[in-house]
Design a protein around this ligand. Structure first.
Ligand SMILES: [Mg+2]
Length: 422
């Protein structure tokens, strides 16, 4: 394992720490940066245009944007007046509650608009009917569902993959980390479970949970976190990259104490050490520790991400493609992080095709970090010519076909109910 912590500055050697070793950094472009970027640089990175549909693409006027329900999943179908169609799987775990916002606020806005100008439309949507007064995860998850369907539609029209619409694919084999969602089991049980996840996927990195989740320093079982940190390292050896996530469990002294243990056992990052919106405490922990601090899965403000990056409240930014409103907004976060020499490793929310969305994002941004989150596949019937869509030897291959590069079984889509009432 690479030499860590003692003779390097946290700011200057972040990239290899995140990977748990220099080898893990291969294929990423996270650069060390001595000077922090100015607010103006970050603002420019945030505002630069992203979407490239090509100058010869004729208008793609959106005829309909339908929400379909095939329990337990939600699909979104975008159709153009010329008969092109994009279909994506949305984030069912949140839309189940928030879909009225999609039906009332988001879908009608896009009908009749030219999809080629999606970036401009998304800016306007935020102002439209004072939607910004509803902003937060519940609104942005609906925007993400619409955005992804429109990107798939544009992909079908232009024959470009999502990555090629949003900057250009630079890698197709995406190493993943396998995340465990357990709490409350005994350390030995969790280690057995992690071993099973590694055997199933060949993942070279794993993440498990510390603390009690938003628990004001209480653990899910007394002493579980303190036991797991060394036990997981001892079980998987020095070459496994290890991450741990406390889901907002700790105050600063507790987080620093656990973080020091993670440093001793050479972990790659410490996710959400403090309450997720307590950026000031999170920054205190990040300043105190050598180990990188990760966060951002609940964040829904671009400007707060800018603040967190400018002030190094975290070292790894983790917007969620669904919770944060889609690819274009997450790309803006990635670009700001890039300007600061930081990785942007998106959070994978559960349900739907979250893993597919994550690997597409990692295919084109310059700074995804060494491993992307993977919580397993699901049973949505679909076909893909360019990828098995399975995790093989710790790697998922990104489809290269138009849009998201998959075909969802037409019978499955046809059997879905179109949601029109609240
Ligand atoms: Mg997390």
């Amino acid at each position: 394992m690479t030499q860590l912590f003692s003779d390097v500055s946290r700011r200057g050697f972040l990239g290899s720490l995140v990977g748990g070793g220099a080898a893990a950094l291969a294929g990423t472009a996270v650069s060390a940066r001595a000077e922090k970027p100015s607010a103006e640089e970050l603002q420019r990175a945030m505002e630069r245009p992203i979407l490239d549909v090509g100058s010869s693409t004729p208008p793609v006027v959106i005829e309909s944007l339908d929400l379909l329900h095939h329990a337990p999943e939600f699909l979104v179908r975008a159709r153009s007046r010329d008969g092109a169609e994009g279909v994506v799987v949305a984030n069912a775990s949140r839309l189940r509650e928030t879909y009225p916002l999609f039906l009332r606020r988001v879908a009608p806005f896009f009908v009749g608009k030219d999809a080629r100008h999606l970036e401009d439309h998304l800016r306007e949507l935020y102002r439209h009917r004072s939607n910004y007064k509803l902003q937060g995860l519940a609104f942005w998850v609906c925007v993400a569902a619409a955005e992804m369907a429109i990107l798939d539609l544009l992909g079908q029209v232009t024959r470009k993959s999502v990555g090629n619409l949003l900057g250009g694919v630079v890698r197709r084999d995406i190493p993943v980390y396998r995340a465990s969602g357990n709490r409350g089991n005994r350390p030995e049980e969790e280690v057995d479970y992690l071993r099973q996840l590694v055997e199933e996927t060949g993942a070279g990195a794993i993440k498990f949970r510390l603390g009690g989740r938003m628990s004001n320093n209480r653990d899910s079982l007394p002493g579980r976190s303190e036991a797991l940190i060394p036990l997981v390292r001892e079980t998987f050896g020095p070459d496994m990259t290890l991450y741990a996530d406390s889901n907002s469990s700790y105050d600063v002294p507790h987080a620093v104490r656990l973080g020091r243990m993670m440093e001793e056992y050479e972990y790659g990052f410490f996710e959400e050490p403090c309450p997720f919106d307590h950026l000031w405490e999170t920054k205190q922990v990040a300043d105190e520790l050598e180990i990188p601090v990760a966060g951002g899965e609940q964040e829904f403000s671009l400007r707060r991400f800018r603040w967190a990056i400018e002030n190094r409240a975290v070292d790894v930014v983790q917007p969620d493609l669904h919770y944060f409103g889609g690819y274009l907004r997450c790309t803006r976060v990635a670009r700001m992080a890039e300007a600061a020499g930081m990785p942007c490793t998106v959070h994978m929310s559960g349900s739907g095709l979250g893993y597919l969305h994550v690997v597409h994002f990692a295919s084109y941004i310059p700074n995804p970090g060494p491993h992307q989150e993977f919580k397993g596949t699901n049973s949505i019937p679909m076909h893909c010519d360019t990828s098995s869509l399975q995790c093989e030897n710790g790697v998922i291959r990104v489809p290269s076909g138009p849009g998201f590069g998959i075909s969802i079984d037409p019978d499955y889509v046809a059997r879905a109910r179109r949601v029109t009432t609240l």
